[in-house]
Design a protein around this ligand. Structure first.
Ligand code: CDP
Ligand code: CDP
Length: 222
């Protein structure tokens, strides 16, 4: 298969990373989780007790930070300055704080440069919020994945059960809605469907059905 780039955007828990990972595996492409990069920076900023409204401090911190995304076939771990933070970056404190860090133009500019560098050879499946609109505006395939907020909260709820974590469905719904609002309403590179993106509503689709749909589109375009 020709090494094209695939951009997948959408709100929280729409199924982006699960689907993107499977597509990358099937096409022998590289999966890049840009959310993990914003999470990694947020984790380090919280550790260092940096004021998350301080754009300059966060931008300098990012310049001094080595974020490494291990390839999925080697384990897909996330490292910050050589330390495995794969689990830590998914905790609630980080999750709820990421939009505050991700709203700063200086932070986004550096992140976008790193992401474009990672995709420059092609053959990348990248998921996030601004991939089709800003990071890879020339991606051959752009997908905008959505699902109802009830379904998305339920997916996180089920995920937590599997991890042995007890959670409150209503609270999950509120947190997801707030994060979507912050991501959609920020001034710089908000969560937005690119004009040429194909929207897929995954509310009543299985993971495999979504994967099959996107693989069809990739085959057509490559
Ligand atoms: O997996 P989940 O949908 O919960 O979130 P994520 O993809 O890990 O992204 C976490 C947060 O990072 C988002 O809520 C955004 O605030 C930010 N983000 C962003 O601003 N731009 C991206 N390209 C990716 C993530
Ligand atoms: O990356 P994003 O936040 O968009 O979502 P995710 O973490 O990939 O998926 C959230 C949860 O929904 C995962 O536990 C998936 O197994 C589940 N799921 C899905 O991704 N797609 C479906 N069509 C159905 C369930």
């Amino acid at each position: 298969m020709r090494k094209i780039n695939v951009a997948i955007d959408g709100p929280a828990a729409a199924g982006k990373s699960t689907v993107a990972r499977k597509i990358a595996e099937k096409c022998s492409f590289t999966y890049i989780d840009t959310g993990a990069m914003y999470r990694a920076l947020t984790y380090k900023a919280l550790q260092k007790k940096i004021n998350l409204e301080d754009e300059q401090k966060l931008t300098s911190l990012l310049m001094d930070t080595n974020i490494h995304l291990e390839p999925a076939n080697l384990g897909g771990k996330v490292f910050v300055d050589g330390v495995d933070v794969t689990k830590d970056i998914r905790n609630n404190e980080v999750t709820n704080a990421v939009p505050t860090v991700a709203k700063h133009p200086g932070v986004r500019q550096l992140m976008v440069q790193m992401q474009q560098e990672l995709a420059k050879e092609g053959g990348v499946v990248m998921d996030g919020r601004d991939i089709g609109t800003h990071v890879l505006p020339n991606a051959e395939v752009k997908i905008f994945m959505i699902a109802s907020v009830e379904e998305r909260a339920n997916r996180r709820f089920q995920e937590n059960i599997q991890k042995g974590i007890q959670s409150d469905l209503e609270k999950l719904k509120e947190e997801i809605s707030l994060r979507d609002k912050l991501d959609s309403e920020r001034e710089t590179a908000p969560l937005l469907k690119a004009d040429d993106a194909i929207e897929i509503d995954t509310t009543s689709l299985t993971i495999d059905e979504v994967v099959a749909k996107i693989i069809e589109i990739i085959k057509e375009r490559s």
